[in-house]
Design a protein around this ligand. Structure first.
Ligand code: SF4
Ligand code: SF4
Length: 274
């Protein structure tokens, strides 16, 4: 144990935010989660789980993985038209920045896990539904386009989740936050008309229309995720969020980014979409 003081939720949150987490909350695995896929429920992954600790790191404007942007080739892929769809998506500028944000998130996750383990707690990960965990922990709400929306960051964040047998007081779902109430921006921006404006996600979204349009655009070297890009939810302007340079500098990740990019480039079928 690192010192005699108990590991409270506040201490854990302060530790994680010191490393780069923007917000940290806790969900009770025994309450809610009624929409979890059975094999992705926290208690299925870790039956002794007492707390689902959820944190988010900001995603800067260049990582909005969504702007309609030209695919760029790399030194070893001189002809983008020969790349698989997933690689075309990966090689867009936004996706390269997502790799940096992923590393920041991983850094927070590994340090947090170490701390919990130093206190004798077990930590598990698995194919957890991260967006659902954010909603259950009161970090965000589901938006019309299927993204989840944080009151300050909107959809510009990446979540991380610890399943632990440490018991922390759970937070409740967000109340009085309804960013989609008077907004249809994602519906109107979609070039595939994949959203039914009269319904809410997931009933409103036609996956097939979306996939067909994205494939069609990708064949022209264009990456579409306009529904994400146009979302005005959140109080911060993109310019207020971390820049790529600041993220890299804060986490001192330049070398790791190169290594991760090289590793990922050797896994051609790996998709970068979340
Ligand atoms: S990714 Fe593009 S096509 Fe798919 S739902 Fe979003 S805006 Fe529509
Ligand atoms: S664009 Fe508007 S309607 Fe769509 S998810 Fe964002 S806030 Fe909700």
């Amino acid at each position: 144990m690192p010192d005699k003081e108990p590991l409270t939720k506040e201490r854990l949150a302060s530790f994680l935010t010191g490393l780069g987490a923007w917000d940290v909350r806790v969900a009770d695995p025994h309450t809610g989660f009624e929409h979890a896929e059975p094999e992705r429920h926290p208690l299925y992954i870790f039956p002794n789980c007492r707390s689902v600790v959820v944190f988010i790191v900001p995603r800067p404007v260049w990582s909005n993985n969504t702007a309609i942007s030209l695919v760029i080739s790399t030194e070893d892929t001189t002809d983008p038209s020969r790349l698989s769809l997933s690689n075309r998506l990966f090689y867009t500028p936004g996706h390269r920045t997502i790799a940096i944000c992923d590393l920041l998130r991983d850094r927070v996750w590994f340090a947090g896990s170490d701390l919990l383990r130093q206190y004798g707690f077990e930590v598990r990960e698995g194919s957890i539904q991260e967006k659902l965990c954010c909603v259950e922990a009161g970090l965000s709400v589901y938006g019309r386009s299927g993204v989840t929306l944080h009151p300050e960051l909107g959809n510009r964040f990446i979540p991380g989740v610890f399943l632990s047998d440490a018991e922390f007081e759970p937070d409740s779902r967000l109340a009085d936050f309804a960013p989609c109430e008077n907004c249809r921006a994602c519906v109107l921006a979609c070039p595939a008309y994949a959203y039914d404006p009269a319904k809410m996600y997931p009933e409103n979204w036609n996956r097939s229309k979306c996939s067909v349009k994205r494939t069609e655009l990708a064949a022209k070297g264009i990456y579409c995720h306009e529904c994400f890009r146009v979302c005005p939810a959140g109080t911060l302007d993109d310019r207020d969020l971390l820049t790529t340079r600041e993220v890299v500098s804060a986490a001192n990740l330049s070398d790791q980014v190169s290594k991760k990019r090289n590793r990922d480039a050797q896994q051609p079928n790996r998709t970068r979409l979340r």
